[in-house]
Design a protein around this ligand. Structure first.
Ligand code: HEM
Ligand code: NAG
Length: 373
C-alpha cells in the first residue's frame, strides 16, 4: 500500500502541478477578496496566526476542495482551529506519552479524521487529483474502513501544511525586519509585472505562471535563505548492513543496526559553506543576476548544500507546490499591501520540534497591513 500511495506523488508535478497552482491562485484570490482587501485602514494581526490562517485555508481548499455544506466559512475556520490544536501537540504525539494524557487532543484527532472520511469527502467539490487517486487506492483497492481512510488523509493534510506555515512566517518576519530586502523584492516583482503588461490597479490577483515566478531570482533566493535558516528536518535511516557512507566531505563507517540522522543545520550553519551563517541575507543565493548554486567545503563544490525537503526515497513530494505557495503569497502581500512590524523584537525558535521539519517561533509577533492606495 505504501508503494501504491507513493505512486500518487507524480500528481504533485508536471501538468497536475499546473492545475494545482492554478487552483491555488484562485483560492488565494478568494481568500484575499473575502477578507483582506475590503478595508483601506491599517489592520493589526499576529503574524503566525495570520500565516496559519491563510496557508491552512488555501492549502486545504486546493487539495481537498470546497465544502458543499451550508456555512463554508464556519466549516473551514472550525477545521483550521482544530487542526492547529492538534498540530500544536504533535511533538508530544510522536513521543512515548500516551495520548490520553494530552488533554482533548484525542477527541480533536477523532473529529478531524471524521471530517476526512469518504462520507465527508463526498460532500466537497474540487478534490485534487492526488487526493482523488489516494482515495481510490484506499477505498477500492485496499477496502479500508472509512475511519482508517480519514486517518490517511489527515496524515497527508498534516504534511501539506505543517511546514509551509512556519516557512511563511519566517519569510514574512525576515522581510519585515529587512526593509532593504523587501524593497528589492518589490522592485523585482514590479519589473516582471510591467514586462508582462500587468498593472497593479487592474484586477486581482495579478496572474503569474510558475515559470514567471521562478524567474524572480531575489524572491527565490529569499525563500531558500529562509529554508536554510529554519530547517531542522532530519533525514533518519536505519543501517541494514555494515557500510562506508561516502559523503561529499568525509567518509563514515556505519555498523548494521546503527541509526543515522542527517541534520541539515550541520551544513546550513557551517561558516565555511555559508559566510556569517546566523545572518539573514536575502541575496545569498543570487550571483551575477542568476541563481547561485556554487557553494564549497574543503575546496570542493557541494552537490547538497540545502536540505529542507529531506533526501532520497522519502524526499518531500510537495516541495514544488510549497515553494510556489510561499512565493505566490509573498508576491500578493508585497504588491497589494503596505506592511510593517510592530513588535520589533528578536525571535527565538521553539525547539520542541527539533529534528522535525521547520522550526516554529517561540512566540507570535504583531504586524500591521494596509491595502496600498
Ligand atoms: C516548506 C514546506 C515543506 C517542507 C519544509 C517539507 C518537508 C518535508 C520533509 C523533510 C519530508 C521528508 C520526511 C522524511 O524524510 O521522512 C517531507 C515529506 C512529505 N511531504 Fe513535505 N514539506 C513541505 C511541504 C509539503 C507540501 C505542501 C506537501 C503536499 C502537498 C507535502 C507533502 C509531503 C508528503 C506526502 C511527505 C511524505 C513522503 C513519503 O511518503 O515518504 N509537503 N516533507
Ligand atoms: C512550543 O511548541 C510546543 C509544541 O508544539 C507547544 O505545545 C508549546 O506551547 C510551544 N511553546 C511556546 C513558548 O510557544
Amino acid at each position: 500500500m505504501n508503494d501504491d500511495l507513493h505512486g500518487c506523488y507524480h500528481l504533485l508535478r508536471g501538468t497536475s502541478l499546473d492545475i494545482l497552482t492554478e487552483n491555488m491562485m484562485q483560492n488565494l484570490k478568494q481568500f484575499f477578496e473575502l477578507q483582506l482587501l475590503k478595508t483601506t485602514n491599517w489592520n493589526t494581526a499576529y503574524l503566525l496566526t495570520f500565516c496559519s490562517s491563510v496557508i491552512f485555508e488555501v492549502t486545504f481548499t486546493t487539495i481537498y476542495g470546497q465544502s458543499l455544506a451550508g456555512n463554508r466559512r464556519k466549516f473551514i475556520t472550525e477545521l483550521r482551529d482544530d487542526f492547529l490544536k492538534f498540530d500544536d501537540k504533535f511533538p508530544y504525539l510522536i513521543s512515548d506519552i500516551p495520548i490520553e494524557l494530552l488533554g482533548n487532543v484525542k477527541s480533536i484527532r477523532k473529529k478531524l479524521v471524521k471530517l476526512l472520511t469518504s462520507e465527508h469527502l463526498a460532500k466537497t467539490q474540487g478534490l485534487s487529483e492526488v487526493v482523488q487517486m489516494r482515495q481510490d487506492i484506499l477505498e477500492k483497492y485496499y477496502t479500508l474502513e472509512d475511519f482508517e481512510i480519514g486517518a490517511h488523509h489527515l496524515g497527508f493534510l498534516w504534511a501539506s501544511v505543517t511546514n509551509t506555515i512556519p516557512t511563511m512566517f519566517w519569510a514574512m518576519y525576515y522581510l519585515l525586519q529587512h526593509p532593504e530586502a523587501m524593497a528589492v523584492l518589490r522592485d523585482e516583482i514590479d519589473h516582471l509585472l510591467q514586462s508582462t503588461g500587468q498593472k497593479k490597479g487592474s484586477g486581482f490577483p495579478i496572474h503569474l505562471t510558475r515559470e514567471q515566478l521562478d524567474s524572480l531570482v531575489y524572491l527565490e533566493s529569499t525563500v531558500l535563505e529562509v529554508l536554510r535558516l529554519c530547517s531542522f528536518s532530519s533525514i533518519i535511516r536505519f543501517v541494514q548492513e555494515d557500510l562506508t557512507l561516502h559523503s561529499e566531505t568525509q567518509d563514515y563507517c556505519l555498523r548494521k543496526g546503527d541509526l543515522v540522522a542527517i541534520f541539515p543545520p550541520a551544513i546550513h550553519y557551517d561558516p565555511e559553506v555559508f559566510e556569517a551563517p546566523e545572518e539573514f541575507r536575502f541575496d545569498r543565493f543570487v550571483e551575477d543576476g542568476k541563481k547561485k548554486t556554487a557553494f564549497f567545503k574543503n575546496g570542493k563544490k557541494l552537490k547538497y548544500y540545502l536540505l529542507p525537503f529531506g533526501f532520497g526515497a522519502s524526499k518531500c513530494p510537495g516541495r514544488f507546490l510549497a515553494i510556489f505557495e510561499v512565493k505566490q503569497l509573498l508576491v500578493i502581500l508585497l504588491t497589494y499591501f503596505d506592511l510593517e512590524i510592530i513588535d520589533d523584537k528578536p525571535m527565538e525558535a521553539n525547539y520542541s520540534r527539533l529534528l522535525f521539519g521547520i522550526q516554529h517561533p517561540a512566540s507570535d509577533v504583531l504586524f500591521r497591513y494596509k491595502v496600498k492606495s
